[in-house]
Design a protein. Structure first.
Length: 267
């Protein structure tokens, strides 16, 4: 989902969700305190922020001037959990929502209009939350792909079953032009868009676990130059460390949203 607005008539570089069908196209944070979240992620990830054009409740994170993520106030998205959420490109939000519901998923929000497109917030049949976006993306799409999170990973009960659900909802491995490729490699499902790995799905999550870190969920991995520095900054600004090694750390912001910082370039 792109919280910003760009007119297709003003630039030839605008990409629509039709050309990147089913691929991750945005990540967004739902926050109870947008100002506090801005300060935290500025300290930890070095992001700068600017207002989004779709409303006062949304902001855009910039890394070296490139939009990389969005943040929205929890009140603007209804009764949704504080969390980082990946959004996937679809040609029709209404059709994707219907497909998800027919296959045991649920719709938490939408589809609703965020010009120049439409969005919905869903949960798969194991409870992992994800979003869909129909419409225009933004100029210089390849710059976003390079500056965006290193990758996203679904921790779920059964990777094979999840791949079937998402494949049917998002047109993975279909005849749709520009659709994503799905391959089973070892114990994981690997998603590729235009030849590049953009997501992985792994089994082993427990649906009824009291610990949210092992329940089914999408985990956003942000690539950073110095994992240890991010850990220190997170702790100094009210966050917590859930897991850490020299190359990667799972962090939780002061609002409770978890994310991963990683120095790895390969997924």
């Amino acid at each position: 989902m792109n919280h910003d607005r760009t007119s297709a008539s003003s630039s030839p570089d605008v990409v629509s969700t039709h050309s990147v069908c089913g691929a991750p196209c945005w990540v967004s944070l739902i926050s109870r305190d947008v100002d506090a979240s801005e300060n935290f992620y500025r300290a930890v990830l070095g992001w700068e922020w600017r207002p989004a054009r779709c409303g006062d409740h949304f902001r855009i994170a910039l890394a070296d001037g490139t939009p990389v993520a969005g943040i929205g106030a929890a009140a603007s998205m209804g009764q949704t959990a504080v969390a980082w959420t990946p959004y996937f490109a679809v040609p029709s939000a209404d059709e994707a929502v219907s497909r998800a519901q027919e296959r045991g998923g649920t719709a938490a929000v939408g589809p609703i209009s965020f010009p120049p497109g439409r969005a919905a917030l869903l949960a798969d049949r194991d409870g992992a939350t994800f979003g869909i976006w129909e419409g225009e993306l933004f100029t210089d799409w390849e710059a976003w792909r390079k500056a965006a999170p290193a990758f996203i990973r679904l921790h779920t009960r059964d990777a094979f079953d999840a791949a079937i659900f998402y494949g049917e909802v998002l047109d993975w491995a279909s005849e749709q032009p520009g659709c994503c490729e799905v391959r089973y490699e070892g114990e994981e499902v690997v998603l590729r868009s235009h030849g590049e790995v953009v997501a992985r799905i792994e089994s082993g999550a427990l649906g009824a676990a009291p610990d949210p870190t092992i329940r089914p969920h999408w985990q956003i991995h942000f690539r950073v130059a110095d994992v240890a520095a991010c850990v220190r900054a997170a702790e100094a600004h009210g966050g917590s460390v859930l897991r850490e090694d020299p190359h990667e750390a799972v962090l939780r912001d002061p609002d409770g949203a978890q994310f991963t910082v990683t120095s790895r370039r390969e997924v």
